[in-house]
Every structure is written in C-alpha cells, then in structure tokens.
Design a protein around this ligand. Structure first.
Ligand code: NAD
Ligand code: UDP
Length: 327
C-alpha cells in the first residue's frame, strides 16, 4: 500500500503541512512523528533526549520529510522554514523525574513553553500544548471533566510537574486571548505502549518488566487507587483531531476504562504468564486515589473514541518489552 506521504510526493501535492513537534523523540512524540509522516506531512522533531533515546526516531531519519533538531526548549530557538502546527510535548513525565529534576521540569513548563509559544506566534502556526490529567491533582470530582479546576498540592513532590503544566496552560490561554494565537490544550490521561522507557518507574513499564523477569510486582499502597489506560495510537489520533479542530479550550484525551492498580497488577501477571507474586510498597505522597477521564467533549466535538482495548494494547506493549530487554 502506498502511504499518504508517498502519494503526495508522487503527485507534487503542495498541501503538505509542516508540524514541529517538541519532545518528538519521546514515547508519545515518536508515535506522533510516524503518524504525521504517514499522513503525508513534513515533521520537524525538536528534542534533547533528556528522557528518551535516539533509537526511538532512528527509523525515521531516512525519510526526507523528517528533520531532527537537537535543542533544549528552555533556550530560545528559531527555525529557518515555514511551520503550520507546533505541538509542544517536551517535558519529563514520570514521578521518578519529579524527584530527579524538579527544577528542570519547572523551567521547561515556564521558559520552555514561553519559547515554543513565541516560535508559534512568529510562524503564525497553530500551537498545541500537551498538558496532563495531573492538573486535576488528587481529584474530588469523578470522572474528571474539563470544567473541573482540580485539587493540586503546589508544594508536594508532584507540585513541580502539576504546577509547570498548569502554568503552561495559563500561558497558552494568555497567548490565545492576548495575541489571538490559535492554541489548543490536550489533557492527556495515563497512556502506554511501545517505546515507554523501561526504567521510568511508571506503572506499565514497571509491572511488565517485573513480570517478564519473574520479580515481584511492586504495588504501591493497597492498590485500591485507580487509573484508566489509553493505548498510544488512540491518543495520537485524538490529539491530531484536536490540532485540526477549531477548539481552543482544554480537551481530555484518555481511555475511560478505569481499574484498580491491584487488578492491573494481576492482569499483567496473567497476560504475561508470569509466576511473579505481588508485593506492597508505601504509597507515594499525593498519589491520586482515583483518575478517570470524562471524554464527553472529545466524543461530541472531535468524534473521537479510543478503539484499542487493554488486552490488545498490552499485548503489543509486552511484545515490545520482550524484544527490548533492559540492558
Ligand atoms: P517522554 O519522556 O517519552 O517524552 C518527552 C520527550 O521530551 C523526550 O523525548 C525528552 O527527551 C523530551 N524533552 C524533555 N525535556 C526537553 C527539553 N528541555 N528540550 C527538548 N526536549 C525535551 O514522555 P511521554 O510520556 O512521551 O510524554 C510526552 C508529553 O505528554 C509530556 O509533555 C508529558 O507531560 C505528557 N503526558 C504524558 C502522559 C503519559 O501517560 N505518557 C500523561 C500525561 C501527559
Ligand atoms: N504504581 C505502583 N507500582 C509501581 C509504579 C506505580 O503501584 O511500581 C502506582 C502509582 O502509585 C499510581 C499508579 O500506579 O497509583 C500509576 O502510576 P504512574 O507512575 O504510572 O502514573 P501516575 O498516574 O501516578 O502519574
């Protein structure tokens, strides 16, 4: 089958759009680059590999519509070509990162988002911010609609990330209102899939690597806290629809299939056929007790719905982890 990209090149289609994607070498970013190239767009990937590996985009480098620029978004930068869309994904996402680099995260959410917004303004491009369900903190409303303002502890260990994203959202809306920049905000809920970092401490890579190694699965607290897991290609499709939409308010993208962490651990043990047992560790401070996206808005206004079920998505993810064992 000939991809959209090849078709456009063969027919000299000048309708090709250029997307700049910060954090494009990361887990979500690398899937996004693939998706955009496959749709026949030009992609400029900006990353400094702070939390990712060049391997994630190695297969894209031979594509003539793909350009990589090694750059820390905390430092101002310019691009010598036209850009239609700027997708700002660069940011360390995992609770382990919150401990290792809290100040860097706050710099990325403030100076970084400012620099990327300035670039979008200069290029008259549409700007999309990758925000997070963490802006709802430890939520008191369930499931979480976009209208909920959240319950965030600004001075707790997750505050560096939550407030960096909340500041990024505020800055994005200020550019929209003050400069009339066409901006979008996606609030991403827990997403998983191939190319997650094996050692980033998030629950999906943690449980899969533990199960595959026959080691105990480390459930934090009693495991009664809930999460809802979205497969990465569903997420990318939702964000793409948002980028092309006329919506400027935040939109939740995630899978509403909510489950307890303990049940998730048992599922991983069963699906991997592992003999691992489950061990309990202290619950991290401010770990949200419940989380489930209300996706009414995405359904109605983007016609979006996640398609990949948990078993199918975990199957693909486990396959990836088997083929890319920890060195
Ligand atoms: P990731 O760590 O795989 O990707 C982040 C990418 O940003 C990495 O390639 C990293 O090197 C790059 N980066 C970080 N700081 C940078 C800087 N200063 N300059 C340039 N590049 C930089 O994480 P991910 O899970 O793919 O997350 C992508 C985005 O989605 C993040 O903004 C994250 O906050 C958001 N998000 C992710 C999830 C999830 O479940 N994966 C949930 C909510 C929000
Ligand atoms: N978790 C766990 N064991 C682990 C890693 C995480 O029980 O080894 C729990 C964590 O306490 C949280 C949930 O799994 O309740 C999801 O954690 P993750 O770090 O993936 O993302 P979060 O949603 O907390 O940002």
């Amino acid at each position: 089958m000939v991809s959209e990209g090849k078709k456009r090149r063969m027919t000299g289609d000048d309708n090709m759009k250029t997307f700049l994607i910060t954090g494009g070498a990361g887990f979500i970013g690398s899937h996004f680059c693939e998706f955009l190239l496959d749709k026949g767009n030009r992609v400029i990937c900006v990353d400094n590999f702070l939390t990712s590996s060049p391997k994630n985009i190695g297969h894209l480098k031979k594509n003539k519509d793909f350009r990589f620029i090694e750059q820390d978004v905390v430092k101002p930068f310019d691009i010598d070509e036209k850009i239609d869309y700027v997708l700002h994904l660069a940011c360390p996402p995992s609770p382990i990162d919150f401990v290792k680099m809290p100040i860097k995260i706050l710099e990325i959410g403030s100076f970084g988002t400012y620099n990327v917004l300035e670039l979008a303004k200069k290029k008259k491009a549409v700007f999309l911010l990758a925000s997070t369900s963490e802006v709802y903190g430890d939520p008191l409303v369930h499931p979480q609609p976009e209208t909920y303002w959240g319950n965030v502890n600004p001075v707790g260990p997750r505050g560096c990330y939550d407030e960096a994203k909340r500041f990024s959202e505020a800055l994005t809306m200020a550019y929209h209102r003050f400069y009339r920049l066409d901006t979008k905000i996606v609030r991403i809920f827990n997403t998983y899939g191939p190319r997650m970092r094996l050692d980033d401490g998030r629950v999906v890579p943690a449980f899969i690597t533990q199960a595959l190694a026959g080691k105990p699965l480390t459930v934090f607290g009693d495991g009664s806290q809930t999460r809802s897991f979205c497969y990465v290609t569903d997420l990318v499709d939702g964000i793409y629809r948002l980028a092309l939409s006329k919506i400027n308010d935040p939109v939740n993208i995630g899978n509403p299939n909510e489950m307890k962490v303990i049940d998730f651990a048992e599922k991983i043990v069963s699906i991997t056929g592992s003999r691992s047992r489950i061990t309990f560790k202290p619950l991290p401070v401010d770990d949200p007790k419940i989380r489930q996206p209300d996706i009414t808005k995405a359904r109605k206004e983007l016609g979006w719905e996640p398609k990949i079920g948990l078993d199918e998505g975990l199957g693909k993810t486990i396959e990836y982890f088997k083929n890319n064992p920890k060195k």
